[in-house]
Design a protein around this ligand. Sequence first.
Ligand code: IPM
Ligand code: MN
Length: 340
Amino acid sequence: MTSYTIALIEGDGIGPEISSTSLAVLEALRTRFDLRFEFRPSPAGDACKARTGEALPQSSLSTIKDSDACLKAPVGDTAAETIVKLRQMLNLYANIRPSKSLPNVPSLRPGIDFVIVRENTECLYRGMEFEFDGGVVALRTITRVASARIAKHAFELAEQRDGARKVVAVHKSNVLRKSDGLFSQVCREVSSQHPSIAFSEMLVDSAAMNLIRIPESFDVMVTTNMYGDILSDEAAQLVGGLGMAPSANIGERFAIFEPVHGAAPDIAGRAAANPLAMILTSAMMLEWLSKTRGDASCAEAASSIRTAVNRTLESGVKTSDLGGSNSTSEVGAAVARQLG
Ligand code: IPM
Ligand code: MN
């Protein structure tokens, strides 16, 4: 039996509900795939700050660093002190955000299947805001190193996908001539090392429109941090909304897996939250473990979760955001049952 240690950030709002539901699905893999997970609580976020004075205690950071992977539910107002900090401290430079039409889910069009590869360590997210007399200035950093490694990640991902094998770099180099000019230039340079992948560029405003106009035409989109944040919410809405959107924050040594959505305090404690974003996030975690550890059973387990999610949706079991009437744990239980 293979065993993995998983640091768990339960988060705030709907975080604890979707965490326990996702854990139940992962536990159900134990017998079928001979996979065991040891979940290690890593408190972080609003409730943690209220209790301990810190949104990201050193002990949680140590647990995350000492574990095989980290699974994270959303946190509330302290996101900048927790996840944004973690992405930068652990150098989780690639934020991978797939959008895929799934059965029986309201989708803008059939056949949507693309991935946003969002740079995750720089841009406006460095928190460099300064007041001056009469206003505030926010600094945006774009470096050659960070642009090159995210572009490389995007091309390598495109090479592994069965899809259309194309990468589009999204930026605003017609206005941000130096910063987005550099990002665009570096993406073009990296593209020359990947001749089997078709490469194009798109201005971010045009990309926002084309995601609505022709979403099925995208395969891999690579972009800077803030554009990636905004476009990934739009991308989620194309395929059923934020309740269906998983993501991975990946670096050389560490990785944190989290749904794209927030803590949704308005529906917290009502068993109404859609757990599928976090369940699909768990599948991404297993795929990463499989790739980095060479463990085929993790890949099989991930694929079994994906099949179980599809069967659950086909059977009509879903939460109200998707037009269904089931609770968070009912959806989780249906997915666990469908694992076989
Ligand atoms: C996301 C979130 C975060 C971000 C927030 C909560 C800081 O919106 O993961 O997309 O902006 O990156
Ligand atoms: Mn966001």
